[in-house]
Design a protein. Structure first.
Length: 286
């Protein structure tokens, strides 16, 4: 043993004395998981950036806090749509796949979910693998452009939390009416005095302006994200501002587009981010 140690010391002296210090671990190796496969590893790709808590057997996993996989709004929507069993559904802005999961659980034959955010799209793919979605397809891209360029026909469309994030809300409603006779919408809407009373929403709106799209005259209210854009959890639209509609213009735009039978569900004038409404709009006679 002593002989080997002496030989080692002679070797070190011939090469400059001290042994080479340990080198820092290459940064690229931080992308590797060095533990046995487990569902939490996939969720931890977006650690501290999830909105949704997971359902059922996955409820013990660490994700977000909002019950978007068991959302009363989407349960009401499914009922108001006379069910989705066996139906082809279009979903705009799936975020993390919570509503997609509920639609598949309710028996939808197929769900096409279009997501523009690359981060949200990848989260949806994690969820699809984790909870085993079989009849849902997530695609990355702008649903406004998809609808502008045609779009196939669907039995129902789901637009939850997206209308107030677009630049042409009336155009979106008209295009939805073109591809589906039954549309569910959950959205915020504009009430100046209520929004002015909410500290984090006050002063984010610009001067209201008159507009016309497809023959429907309305007032649109520009909303600026401001410093919300600087957060890693930003989940808004793809531009720095969007346009909000009033409640009257929202309902009027739907009727103008041919979705005249409107059933209103939960409405919350005191919502923390501004007045909100759930509704299902049907084409008359469809």
């Amino acid at each position: 043993m002593l002989k080997k140690l002496a030989e080692r010391l002679r070797t070190l002296n011939r090469h400059g004395g001290a042994a080479r210090p340990p080198q820092p671990r290459a940064a690229i190796l931080g992308q590797y998981v060095r533990a046995a496969p487990a569902p939490q590893h996939a969720l931890d790709i977006f650690k501290d950036e999830w909105w949704s808590s997971l359902p059922g057997e996955w409820s013990g996993l660490q994700a977000g806090q909002l019950p978007l996989f068991d959302d009363s709004r989407i349960h009401w929507a499914i009922e108001a749509l006379d069910g989705v069993s066996g139906k082809r559904v279009l979903e705009l802005g799936p975020l993390e796949g919570g509503h997609t999961y509920s639609l598949e659980q309710a028996g939808a034959a197929s769900i096409l979910a279009i997501e523009a955010s690359t981060k949200a799209f990848l989260k949806c793919l994690v969820v699809k693998e984790l909870v085993g979605l079989k009849r849902s397809r997530f695609v990355l891209g702008d649903f406004e452009e998809y609808l502008r360029t045609g779009g196939e026909r669907f039995d129902a469309a789901i637009a939850s939390g997206v209308l107030y994030h677009v630049r042409q809300p009336v155009e979106l409603l008209q295009n939805l009416a073109r591809v589906a006779d039954h549309v569910f919408i959950w959205t915020q809407y504009y009430v100046k005095e209520r929004l002015d009373a909410i500290p984090h929403m006050a002063r984010r709106f610009g001067e209201s302006e008159e507009a016309d799209f497809g023959g429907f005259r309305h007032t649109r209210h520009p909303y600026f994200y401001g410093d919300f854009l600087e957060t890693s959890r930003f989940a808004g639209g793809s531009e720095e501002f969007s346009y909000w509609l009033s409640r009257a213009d929202l309902l009027g735009a739907l009727r103008h587009a041919g979705l005249a039978e409107i059933v209103v569900g939960e409405e919350d004038i005191n919502h923390v981010n501004g007045p909100s409404i759930s509704l299902v709009a049907h084409r008359t006679g469809a």
